[in-house]
Design a binder for this molecule. Structure first.
Ligand code: 4AD
Ligand code: MG
Length: 452
């Protein structure tokens, strides 16, 4: 039978069952009478120990080469593993010249070094673990929403709207051999989506609770450690919600439930991340999980920042957008527990945010969640569901014409509703303690870089 390394390692039958295992050589060690080989196929962090006769010609069995091993699964005499594969036949499928292979045997390459090799770095233990965790977290998020009665919606990638109104759009243009006379998407302006929110709002008007989880694009000219030009966003939209409290509860539950599932489904991979890239992260994460997230208003946040203004290059005052340095300070101030900041100035937020109709410091029912190590992880809020309020806001931004369909939603069976978006890469950074966002996505895209 053909087995994955993971299944071979977990095999119950070790009384010499004949199996075939395929993978890449992670180490070769030859002793007087035996040759030890470790084979990994990405199904687990752990490699399978293969034991062969030392008379075997091992010249081609180099680090990185691909192999197929046939043999018997037996109980291992060593304490380090339960099972090993007694090789009867080892076939080298693809050679690997260890001298020119950028990943070197037994070397713990820094993540910055590995970033140069997006086509090879997935063969290291550390990227293997991060990407397996990424896969597990994706599944955990889907099951969270399924368990809580949300309908999954595929929101479009090509869209005509700039949901966030921040002008960070990539516009589509015809290219390639077949010349299309029009300059854009068959004469209609079209962009890569910056958020699926507006499409989700449409769907929440039919399915009540919906979510989407897909690629999102921002033409932000930022080389920061937490921005990508293409990232994945989890977005949810819920109808019949009229308080930020209800929304924040879902956000906190999503963060905690997903994280618990990841920790229990890939403990070895998580342990490796903590050990190699973020010592102390285990405790920091436990601290986040066992405490209730905090809530402060934007106005309170600014007061806190003002009292510490000597710490900042960007002076905090009411009306400014919170900068990364401010977010980091606030999280520290809150004892490294994630903190919701609510009720932002109306002038800072997009047209869809619900008006709080408050004093001279005019705010909207927006909420951001700030987390240790990353800063802003979620953005969301209540949507303006009142026709006349929305109409006026759209008119002021000269968006009335493009958003007739959006106004329709308020004309035909409008309900109080709200939602949020969580950056998936920032989420992984937060739970694993990964400093640079480029290390938690298989193929990072950022200004001036589109390797592969
Ligand atoms: O705060 P943002 O812009 O919110 C929205 O797009 C809302 N329409 C979401 C909603 O309510 N449905 O983005 C949401 C999150 C941010 O908090 C951040 O975690 C992540 O998306 N994000 C990025 N992640 C990586 N690279 C970028 N350039 C990002 N921009 C936003
Ligand atoms: Mg935001």
């Amino acid at each position: 039978a053909k087995l994955s390394v993971r299944d071979a390692l977990g095999a119950q039958n070790t009384s010499g069952e004949r199996v075939k295992v395929q993978g890449w050589v992670r180490s070769v060690r030859s002793q007087k009478e035996v040759l030890f080989l470790h084979v990994n196929d990405g199904s687990s962090l752990e490699s399978l120990q293969v034991v062969a006769d030392s008379s075997l010609d091992s010249r081609e069995l180099t680090f990185g080469s691909s192999v197929e091993v046939q043999g018997q699964l037996v109980k291992s005499p060593s304490k380090r593993q339960n099972v090993e594969l007694k090789a009867e036949n080892i076939k080298v499928i693809g050679n690997c010249d260890a001298k020119t292979f950028p990943i070197r045997y037994k070397e713990r390459h820094p993540l910055e070094y590995l970033r140069q090799y997006p086509h090879l770095r997935c063969r290291t233990n550390i990227l293997g673990s991060i990407l397996r965790i990424r896969s597990e977290a994706t599944a955990a998020i889907h099951s969270f929403f399924k368990d809580n009665g949300f309908v999954h919606i595929h929101t479009p990638i090509i869209t005509s709207n700039d949901c966030e109104g921040a002008g960070e759009l990539f516009q589509l243009e015809a290219a390639g051999k077949i010349k299309i006379p029009e300059e854009n998407f068959f004469n209609v302006p079209a962009f890569l989506t910056v958020s699926g929110q507006l499409h989700l709002e449409v769907m929440s008007g039919a399915f009540t609770q919906v979510f989407t989880f897909g690629p999102t694009f921002r033409a932000e000219n930022s080389q920061s450690r937490r921005h990508l030009a293409e990232f994945y966003m989890i977005e949810a939209e819920i109808s019949f919600v009229d308080s930020l409290q209800d929304l924040m509860q879902v956000m906190e539950k999503l963060f905690k439930a997903t994280t618990m599932m990841v920790l229990s489904n890939c403990p070895e991979d998580v342990k490796l991340c903590y050990k190699f890239i973020a010592p102390g992260q285990k405790d920091r994460l436990e601290h986040m999980l066992k405490n209730d997230f905090l809530i402060i208003s934007y106005t309170e946040a600014v007061e806190i920042l003002k009292r510490a203004s000597q710490n900042f290059t960007f002076t905090p005052e009411w009306g400014i957008d919170l900068q990364t340095e401010h977010e980091k300070y606030l999280v520290k101030h809150c004892g490294s527990i994630p903190v919701f900041v609510i009720n932002y100035p109306l002038a800072l937020k997009p047209f869809y945010m619900r008006d709080n109709e408050d004093g001279p410091q005019h705010t909207v029912a927006a909420v951001d969640l700030l987390v240790p190590g990353v800063g802003e992880l979620f953005g969301g809020g209540l949507r303006e569901e009142r026709y006349h309020f929305l109409e006026e806001r759209l008119a002021r931004s000269r968006l009335t014409e493009v958003y007739q369909w959006y106004l329709d939603l308020r004309r035909f069976g409008s309900v109080p509703h709200g939602g949020f978006g969580m950056g998936f890469e920032r989420y992984l950074q937060c739970i694993l303690g990964v400093d640079n966002i480029k290390d938690v996505i298989p193929f990072p895209r950022f200004p001036h870089s589109c390797l592969l």
